[in-house]
Ligand binder design. Structure first.
Ligand SMILES: [Fe+2]
Length: 384
């Protein structure tokens, strides 16, 4: 719930966010869940032992992808300008690579200069409540006013219209995840950015994100997203087996670095409407640099998939490299880790707010719609 401050016309952080206390205790685990793949009924207990050739091939793909993930990390990919079709990026070729390298060099040079001169520094929030909450819980639920939500709906209607137009021509079974997302751009969707920028400034969301990430931060992406009951990516986890879907299905940590995200519900979302869910405090679980890279490498290489071919490749890796960012589907219900996850699992239905700020390094999931359709905006806060 929000309260309106009488300084609303003059102060940039004119509305204080009244943040709801979460109804569950924090995650008691200190690491991400461990999974014994040798003992797993869809992996070690089902698949044949990999041959030496399969092991070498899997390792080759892993090393190549690890190099790719390392380059993304070094160039600070998430804090660089958008490379999407909507932004005019036509694919990786010599000319776009040159364009990107030039742009990267220019931006990095100006950031180094800004750091040296003191011009580039994180914000100091006027009100530290939001920052403290995101630090302790990894998720904060705010409630925007009906008027603010109306403004958001109006400003993002063109984006949702384009998404509807795209989806109507694709039968549900042919839609991939990206077919349900429309990336707004500052040039084509100025209103969407202006409204979100204004609201984030008003509540001190951008400031808190900047202080949390330790760098200047702004609204980098605004994505319109539609999920419906036909998009059941978390069901039939192991499609070639009779295994029941585990409770932890689709629990994951993001493969990105150095950003915060925010989901804005443009309509009410109940328990069956695919609310965003978060394991409270799990962003503080210890994940070392190498472990984080290994998890991301397996997701990028496709080894995290759960069709038989992907599982075989994954099992051909040495045991210490068998870790995923998208791990939930592999976590059996009888794992000792599951009670801890259940205990800290918070489902952010509309009762708790309509603007959900979170750190994707924590364990989360969302968009698992049982009934109807979920329309949601996803906003990425990063250095721009
Ligand atoms: Fe995620």
């Amino acid at each position: 719930m929000t309260t309106i401050d009488s300084l609303s016309e003059v102060a940039p952080t004119a509305r204080a966010a009244d943040i709801r206390e979460l109804p569950i205790p924090p995650y008691r685990g200190t690491t991400l869940p461990e999974i014994d793949y040798d003992a797993h009924p869809a992996y070690g207990r089902m698949l044949q032992k990999p041959t030496l050739a399969e092991r070498l091939q899997a390792l080759k793909v892993f090393v190549r992808t690890f190099a790719f993930v390392t380059i993304r990390r070094i160039v600070d990919y998430e804090n660089m300008p958008l490379l999407s079709k909507e932004a005019g990026f036509s694919g990786l070729n010599a000319s776009t690579a040159l364009r990107y390298i030039t742009m990267y060099t220019r931006i990095r040079a100006s950031r180094i200069l800004g750091s040296l001169t003191g011009a580039r520094r994180p914000a100091i929030p006027a009100n530290p409540t939001l920052l403290n909450q995101i630090k302790s819980d990894g998720i904060v639920c705010l409630t925007l006013t009906p008027d603010e939500l109306d403004q958001i709906r109006t400003a993002t209607k063109p984006a949702f219209d384009k998404l509807d137009e795209r989806r109507v021509h694709l039968p549900p079974e042919k839609r991939k995840f990206d077919d349900n997302v429309y990336w707004c751009t500052r040039s084509a969707d100025q209103n969407a950015f202006a409204i979100v920028d204004g609201i984030f400034k008003r509540y001190g969301i951008a400031e808190a994100a900047s202080a949390y990430l330790g760098r200047p931060v702004g609204v980098k992406h605004v994505n319109a997203q539609i999920n419906d009951q036909d998009l059941a990516f978390w069901r039939r986890v192991f499609p070639d087996t009779q295994l029941a879907d585990p409770w932890a299905s689709y629990l994951h940590v993001d493969a990105t670095y150095g950003m915060l995200k925010c989901a804005i519900y443009v309509h009410d979302i109940g328990p069956d409407g695919g609310p965003f869910c978060y394991i409270r405090g799990s962003q503080n679980a210890k994940v070392g640099w190498f472990e984080g890279m290994v998890r991301r490498t397996n997701d990028f290489s496709g080894f995290s998939g759960r069709k038989p071919e992907a599982r075989k490749k994954f099992m051909a890796l040495p045991a210490f490299l068998r870790k995923k960012a998208d791990f939930g589907g592999d976590l059996p219900d009888d794992s000792p880790e599951v009670p801890r996850l259940r205990e800290g699992h918070f489902s952010a239905t509309s009762n708790y707010g309509n603007c959900i700020l979170f750190d994707g390094n924590g364990i989360h999931r969302g968009g698992m719609v049982n009934k109807g359709e979920r329309r949601c905006l996803f906003i990425v806060l990063a250095e721009i």
